[in-house]
Design a protein around this ligand. Structure first.
Ligand code: PMP
Length: 412
C-alpha cells in the first residue's frame, strides 16, 4: 500500500475504509458499491432496486405536520435529548405496541436517524480490546462504527436453509464471550428480510446476559413485517435492564431524508450514549421532530392507517418481485419483513454477484446490490453468500412490476 497523503496520514478514516472493504491495495479509497450501482442506474436508465428508499413523497398528514412546524417557527436548535413531545411519543408508542414502560425524561434520546443512535451507542460503550458481535450479513454502518470505536467486530452468520436465513446456537456461543461488550441485533433484518423468531431472540438474549454484555437492537423495520410479529429484544424476560432499543421514523413513516431516530433503554446507558451524541450532531431535524411526535401519537389514527396500507402494499410488491426473480432463474428467500429480498444468482451462471450486478443493467435494465457489501470483506460469510444479490421493493407498484417483468425475461 502506498502511504496516504501526509495531511491525511492520521486519524481513523483508514480503519473505516478497511473495515468496509473500500481501502485499495494502493491506498486509494473506492466508492461504495451503493454509489457505484446508483451511478450505473443513472447512466443506463435501469430501474434502481439498489438503495432502499421509497420513491413516494411521504404520508400527507406527516408532510402537513412538518410544514406547520416550520411555519410555527420551530426552526432553532431543539433540546439536546430531543423535544419533550417526541420523547413522550416514543415512550407511549413502546407502551402501546409492546407493553414496555419507558421514562421519557431519562430513558429516551432523539438522534439524527437510527444511524447516529447506533454510532453513538457503539462509540459510548465499546473501545479497544472490546468485542462487538453482530449478525452477518449486517447493515453496512455497523462495521464502520465498530472500527471507529477501535473495537473488534465478531459475527454470527445467518445461513440460508429451508426456513430462510436462520442462526445457529453453536455460532452464537462461538461469537459471544467474555470480551463481548455489545451484542448488536437487527430484526427485522437488512439485508435478508428475516424476522428473528422468539427462540432466536432468546438465544441471543441469554448469550448477552451470560457475557454481561449490552444488547443494542436495531428495530427500524419494526412495523414492516408480513406474517411473523416483531418482538423487541427489550420485552424478553430480564433483558430490558441491559438493552438499548433503536428505531427511526425513516422506515415506518417512509421519510428516510428526515433523519429522526431514537434510542431508549436504562437511564445510565442512555446517559452514556447522550454524552457522545451531544458532540456528534448535538441535535438535528428540529421541525421534523414535531411532525414525527404528532404522527407517533396518532390522535386521529392516520398513521396506523398509513402503516397498515404501506405494509399491505409492500407485501403485494414483494410477491410480484419474488415471482419475477423465480421466473428469471434466481433462487430468492421470501422476506418476512423489511423491504428487501435476497436471491441467489448462481443458477444464472454468476458465482460472484458483483459481476452479476455490474451486468444486470445491461441484461435486464435493473440495478441491485451484491450481498457481499453487507459482509466482512473477504470473510467466510462473504464467500458463502458470494452469489447472492439484494433487491429492494420499496418503489412504486408499476416500477416493481416492470422490474419483475424484466427480471423474469432473463429466464426466457
Ligand atoms: N439500520 C438498518 C438495518 C437500516 O436498514 C437503516 C437504513 N437503511 C438504518 C439503520 C438507518 O436508519 P436511519 O436512516 O434512520 O439512520
Amino acid at each position: 500500500m502506498t502511504d496516504p497523503h501526509p495531511l491525511a496520514a492520521h486519524g481513523h478514516w483508514q480503519d473505516v475504509a478497511r473495515a468496509t472493504g473500500l481501502l485499495g491495495a494502493d491506498g486509494t479509497v473506492a466508492s461504495t458499491i451503493f454509489a457505484e450501482m446508483s451511478a450505473l442506474a443513472e447512466r443506463t436508465g435501469a430501474i434502481n432496486l439498489g438503495q432502499g428508499f421509497p420513491d413516494a413523497p411521504g404520508p400527507a398528514h406527516l408532510r402537513a405536520a412538518a410544514m406547520a412546524a416550520v411555519d410555527a417557527g420551530h426552526n432553532q436548535y431543539p433540546p439536546g435529548p430531543g423535544i419533550p413531545a417526541l420523547r413522550a411519543a416514543v415512550a407511549a408508542h413502546q407502551r402501546r405496541h409492546y407493553g414496555l414502560e419507558v421514562d421519557p425524561e431519562t430513558e429516551v434520546l432523539v438522534t439524527a436517524g437510527a444511524t447516529e443512535a447506533l454510532a453513538a451507542s457503539v462509540l459510548a460503550l465499546a473501545g479497544p480490546g472490546d468485542e462487538v458481535v453482530t449478525l452477518e450479513p449486517f447493515y453496512d454502518s455497523y462495521a464502520a462504527v465498530i472500527a471507529l470505536a477501535g473495537a473488534t467486530h465478531r459475527t454470527v452468520p445467518l445461513r440460508p436453509g429451508p426456513r430462510g436465513f436462520r442462526l445457529d446456537a453453536a455460532d452464537v456461543d462461538a461469537a459471544v464471550g467474555p470480551r463481548t461488550r455489545l451484542l448488536l441485533v437487527n430484526s427485522p433484518h437488512n439485508p435478508t428480510g428475516i424476522v428473528l423468531t422468539p427462540d432466536e431472540l432468546g438465544l441471543l438474549g441469554r448469550a448477552a446476559a451470560a457475557a454481561d454484555a449490552v444488547v443494542l437492537t436495531d428495530e427500524v423495520y419494526e412495523h414492516l413485517t408480513y406474517g411473523p410479529r416483531h418482538v423487541p429484544m427489550a420485552t424478553l424476560p430480564g433483558l430490558a435492564g441491559r438493552t438499548l432499543t433503536v428505531s427511526s421514523a425513516g422506515k415506518t413513516l417512509a421519510v428516510t431524508g428526515w433523519k429522526v431516530g431514537w434510542v431508549h433503554g436504562p437511564a445510565a446507558l442512555v446517559t452514556a450514549v447522550r454524552t457522545v451524541k451531544q458532540f456528534l450532531t448535538y441535535v438535528a431535524s428540529g421541525p421534523f421532530q414535531h411532525a414525527v411526535a404528532a404522527a407517533l401519537d396518532d390522535a386521529d389514527g392516520a398513521t396506523a392507517r398509513y402503516v397498515a396500507d404501506q405494509a399491505a402494499a409492500l407485501a403485494g410488491r414483494r410477491d410480484v418481485l419474488l415471482a419475477g426473480l423465480r421466473a428469471g432463474g434466481f433462487v430468492p428467500v421470501a422476506p418476512e419483513g423489511t423491504y428487501f429480498v435476497v436471491a441467489d444468482g448462481a443458477p444464472l451462471g454468476y458465482p460472484d454477484a458483483v459481476d452479476l450486478c455490474r451486468e444486470l443493467p445491461g441484461r435486464a435494465g435493473v440495478v441491485a446490490i451484491p450481498v457481499s457489501a453487507f459482509c466482512t470483506p473477504g470473510g467466510a460469510v462473504a464467500r458463502a453468500l458470494a452469489s447472492w444479490v439484494r433487491f429492494t421493493y420499496v418503489k412504486s407498484e408499476p416500477l416493481v412490476a416492470e422490474a419483475a417483468r424484466r427480471l423474469a425475461a432473463l429466464g426466457d
